[in-house]
Ligand binder design. Structure first.
Ligand SMILES: [Zn+2]
Ligand SMILES: [Zn+2]
Ligand SMILES: [Zn+2]
Length: 154
């Protein structure tokens, strides 16, 4: 007899969670936190609920979600790539602290900023005949907290 939940039993037969669950769970991690997470960060979170999931699975899933355009991958120069939700409705730039690795999103652009980026994109399009559809911008430096601790050291 085939019950309506037959597929569920089939998926669970391997002993692990159904293959689609970590994927959905990973997307959920990003939607609830709006964070910039490394593969290690995501792995730690997944492990709490799905201890059987290996790092390779998490990494593969992140890469798949990136290729599907659901996640964006950033290299911030510290050797640990970060991922975040690729939400078109939340265009923002990054302030990256070189010391503590904190990443601040900002989207409260001034009129001058928006005007400047429009002008830059227009100029680039003309110069390289390149149809720009998006951009990413990261500023590097020290966050307020790290500037303070640096001063206290002196
Ligand atoms: Zn921008
Ligand atoms: Zn900092
Ligand atoms: Zn961000």
């Amino acid at each position: 007899m085939r019950s309506g939940y037959g597929w569920l039993h089939q998926n669970f037969r391997g002993g692990g969670p159904p293959p689609t669950l970590p994927r959905r769970y990973i997307i959920n991690i990003f939607t609830t936190q709006r964070g910039h997470l490394s593969a290690e960060d995501v792995f730690t979170k997944v492990q709490k609920l799905y201890p059987r999931t290996g790092f390779a699975t998490v990494y593969r899933t992140l890469d798949l979600l990136r290729r599907e355009g659901i996640l964006r991958r950033f290299e911030f120069g510290d050797g640990r790539a970060r991922y975040e939700l690729a939400d078109q409705n939340f265009h923002h730039h990054h302030l990256v602290c070189r010391q503590c690795g904190r990443i601040i999103n900002y989207s409260d652009f001034t009129k001058e900023e928006e005007e400047l980026f429009r002008r830059i994109e227009k100029a680039l399009k003309k110069k390289y005949d390149f149809a720009i559809d998006s951009h990413q911008l990261h500023f590097y430096g020290l966050c307020a907290r790290c500037q303070k601790s640096k001063k206290e050291e002196l």
